[in-house]
Design a protein. Structure first.
Length: 248
């Protein structure tokens, strides 16, 4: 594959009394083999949990790919529950490393994310794991598995396991559609009972529009949106997520 794209997105869960990080429970983390490319990256998700106020968490970040194998991004997250005010909740530094680039049937990247919550009592979250992609004609399949641990003084936490997947049909650059899924399984070495796990899935759509006609012009607008339903922290929920990127 000349272009390696992993759309993933990810957090462990939404707790009823605290903001959740905007991570791999909500988006597929974007990685492109476009050396020198920079992007302004806007993301937002809203969760609709039974008998709970709606939660919304927008992100704004800047990414850069200094070479063919390393993608890095820094972004800020805000959070609002119900009619409450919007407040900065976290800063995240994401680094992803492409380990293969088309020489095998499955492409593999190492995803890492360091998330600093603005409330010091909630500590620092570190997430890492493999992101895998393959394709059959116009069909693209992503399967990702991540481990995450929160580091804080108390209470003690254990390494958690979560996953994400996507199957999409690349109809044309401006329009791709398919299905996404996200889930949290519990402790990495001792999964929670099925009733305590979280699993969500639903439709997605994405695409890219080039700006200008010059062959060397890297400017483009990329979009992605999805709506998944299932469980968040054992409660039934629907989650809408959207991502817009300006690449240059």
């Amino acid at each position: 594959m000349k272009k390696f794209a992993l759309r993933a997105t990810f957090s462990l869960c939404i707790l009823s009394a605290m903001p959740a990080q905007a991570g791999s429970g909500y988006y597929l983390v974007s990685i492109y083999e476009n050396e020198g490319e920079k992007t302004v990256d806007f993301k937002t998700w809203s969760s609709f949990v039974d008998n709970r106020p709606t939660s919304t968490a927008p992100d704004l970040g800047f990414s850069y790919m200094p070479n063919k194998t390393w993608y890095t991004e820094v972004y800020a997250t805000w959070f609002r529950r119900g009619a409450g005010s919007m407040a900065n909740s976290a800063w995240t530094w994401q680094n992803d490393f492409l380990l293969t680039r088309g020489q095998y049937d499955v492409d593999v990247a190492l995803h890492t994310s360091l998330n600093k919550n603005t409330d010091s009592s909630r500590g620092v979250d570190f997430e890492f794991g493999p992101a895998m992609q393959t394709g059959f004609g116009r069909l693209q399949i992503n399967t990702n598995l991540f481990l995450e641990r929160t580091y804080r003084t108390s209470p003690a936490t254990r390494m958690q396991m979560k996953y994400q997947w996507q199957t999409k049909y690349r109809y044309r650059p401006e329009l791709e559609f398919g299905l996404q899924g996200f889930g949290e399984l519990g402790d990495w070495d001792n999964w929670s009972a099925l009733a305590q796990q979280s699993h969500r899935a639903g439709p997605m759509v994405s695409g890219s529009f080039k700006l200008g006609n010059a062959a060397d012009n890297k400017q483009a607008i990329r979009y992605e949106a999805s709506y998944v339903v299932g469980k968040l922290n054992t409660r039934h929920a629907g989650v809408f997520s959207m991502r817009l990127q300006y690449a240059f």
